[in-house]
Design a protein. Structure first.
Length: 152
């Protein structure tokens, strides 16, 4: 099996998780798959790649941009880095979906945030956090107005 084959398998697995998260009802089983099963499988693949190849890259490390560049010049380490993103983004996407459900946000509102998280991880998280903060501020303003207008 080539690194390209493994890349394709990881992408397909992650995409299946994202499709389930966005399109399927959020039953407990679906959430267990998107929160634990798929990120767990990806994490195992990541761990194997790190333990087998990370320490073999000459000049690689995290101390400088040049060291990171050296790490990512290795196909198995680069694949590990990609799998790292896939696992964490899906985990965070599931977290966002669950919090959005609790906030009562419709799937129409959630879908663009989840798509952004799928494509651009931290930007999707930022969108969700801004949306949640906006809702919290509105809620606090509403309860403050209600409390201020109440008679003792």
């Amino acid at each position: 099996m080539t690194w390209e084959d493994e890349f394709g398998i990881a992408n397909t697995l992650a995409l299946a998780g994202w499709l389930a998260l966005v399109l399927l009802p959020r039953w407990r089983g679906v959430l267990l798959v998107t929160r634990y099963l798929i990120p767990g499988i990806l994490a195992v693949g990541y761990a194997v790649l790190v333990f087998l190849y990370f320490f073999k890259v000459e000049g690689g490390g995290f101390g400088t941009l040049a060291e990171v560049k050296a790490l990512l010049s290795s196909d198995p380490v680069l694949l590990g880095g990609w799998i790292h993103y896939l696992a964490f983004d899906l985990f965070i996407g599931t977290w966002i979906a669950e919090r959005s459900d609790r906030l009562g946000l419709s799937r129409v509102v959630q879908a663009p945030v989840l798509l952004t998280t799928f494509m651009f991880g931290p930007i999707g998280l930022l969108l969700h956090l801004m949306l949640e903060a906006t809702l919290a501020a509105r809620s606090a303003g509403t309860s403050h107005t209600t409390q201020a207008g109440a008679t003792p």
